[in-house]
Design a protein around this ligand. Structure first.
Ligand code: ASP
Length: 435
């Protein structure tokens, strides 16, 4: 009897190991759950560790995640640079013009859609009306003239999009500047003829390959990184501090789920693919986004997923993924809308339609400008709130749960880029069935 149990236990272990070895997403998922469990056991809820010791544990637990992030960041700038330029040169100028304009229109449309979903849900469910005791300061105390400040800053913000020193943008890891510089250089390289053009292309292709080799090494760390990062997060934040804002969090997550549903409909109806197969193909990238809360950190895996699992031509994915990871943040747009309306409601402020429209336009720009790093979406919120005349101190209400919401919105941001790849693959080759 005991022997039989041992045999079946061994078989089970072997079965589980086989299952896990083949499926990175499952390994990552298990590590995520284990990490949350370990974080909870060691965290403030159980009183096992004193404050200082909890900090020490948290630093050790986060180590594999930090190593992973550093490895990926190390190759991020050359990868963006080489991918965008090779993506541009491998298209003809007609194809490029067609794809560039369509992509811009597509990103604007999905961002506007996300903003509408976020605002509608927040206005309907009114998560902020449950918060009491906050007083809105008089408009004069805020020291901002909502429309004036936005309009005054707009020309400067547009001008600053073009980096005057691309090396400085690279050194400081400013992705939007690097993306814009790469697009310009890519278009300039297209004007080169003969051997010069081939030489540049060869060099950039080699750079891309080298970066992807480093990514391969980083990927081996992913399960440990996910385990440690989630454990460290739960350990330092504690699960209890999240419960008081459940309705607000629920509205953000609901908005993200509505958007996910629309994405899947688009994959089925416009991309002519099975949404289930799509979800199965992208789950590793989603889980990694969930754990790292950085679209930039997931970008290399998104490129691999697009090429190897979704069968997207690299002409399309090399162009869309780096640009999408930088400017297409639909999940962030939903979060920023719900948060703005939530904080206004918490202060008992009414947002008239004109102010709401202003908020929506600001968020359109803010989500494009949000850095693809952990907490990027909440950092730019201060200026969104200021532009709308809402006290930026209201952010203190949500800051405690931002890491959790960052996980969900980053997973949706990354999914949005992969959906764009599927649709563009189809739109650019309408005659080719992809399924
Ligand atoms: N972390 C998100 C991302 O990288 C941005 C955000 O914080 O909303 O996509």
């Amino acid at each position: 009897m005991a022997e039989a149990e041992v045999v079946s236990l061994n078989e089970l272990t072997r079965y589980l190991r086989r299952l896990i070895e083949k499926r990175l997403w499952l390994k990552v998922f298990i590590c995520l759950v284990l990490g949350a469990g370990v974080g909870f056991v060691l965290g403030p809820g159980t009183d096992w560790l004193s404050g200082q010791r909890a900090n020490d544990w948290s630093a050790w637990l986060a180590l594999p995640g930090n190593l992973f992030l550093r490895l990926v960041q190390m190759i991020m700038i050359p990868l963006i640079f080489s991918s965008i330029i090779t993506g541009i040169i491998s298209n003809s100028s007609d194809q490029l013009r067609q794809m560039g304009l369509k992509l811009l229109a597509y990103f604007l449309t999905t961002t506007l859609l996300s903003i509408s979903i976020g605002s509608a849900l927040a206005l309907w469910i009114k998560p902020g009306s449950r918060i009491q005791g906050l007083e809105a300061p008089a408009a004069s105390d805020l020291g901002v003239d909502a429309e004036g400040s936005l309009l005054q800053r707009l020309p400067d913000s547009i001008g600053n999009l073009l980096p005057n020193n691309p090396l400085a943008a690279m050194v400081s890891g400013e992705m939007l500047g690097v993306v814009i510089f790469s697009i310009l250089i890519g278009i300039a390289v297209m004007q080169l003829k003969g051997s010069n053009r081939t030489a540049v292309l060869k060099l950039l292709e080699a750079t891309q390959e080298i970066c992807m080799t480093v990514v391969g090494w980083a990927m081996r760390l992913v399960p440990y990184a996910v385990f440690g990062m989630v454990a460290a997060l739960v350990l330092s934040v504690g699960l209890q501090s999240m419960t008081s804002l459940l309705v607000y969090m629920g509205v953000v997550v609901l908005g993200l789920l509505v958007l996910l549903f629309i994405y899947l409909l688009a994959v089925a109806l416009l991309g002519k693919r099975s949404p289930w197969k799509f979800l199965a193909a992208v789950r590793e990238a989603q889980l990694l986004a969930f754990a790292t809360t950085s679209s930039a950190a997931v970008m290399p895996l998104s490129m691999k997923t697009a090429d190897e699992k979704l069968g997207i031509s690299s002409k399309v994915s090399d162009f869309i993924i780096p640009i999408g990871a930088t400017i297409n943040m639909d999940g962030t747009a939903i979060f920023q809308c719900v948060t703005t309306v939530f904080i206004a409601q918490a202060y008992g402020m009414e947002l008239p339609i004109s102010q709401l429209l202003l908020v929506m336009v600001t968020i359109l720009a803010a989500s494009i400008g949000t850095p693809a790093v952990p907490g990027g979406g909440v950092v730019v919120m201060a200026s969104v709130l200021q532009s709308a005349g809402i006290p930026a101190e209201g952010l203190m209400l949500v800051i405690g749960v931002d890491r959790i919401l960052g996980m969900f919105r980053t997973a949706i941001n990354v999914t949005g880029d992969l959906v764009a790849c599927v649709l563009f693959q189809r739109w650019l080759k309408p005659d080719q069935e992809n399924n």
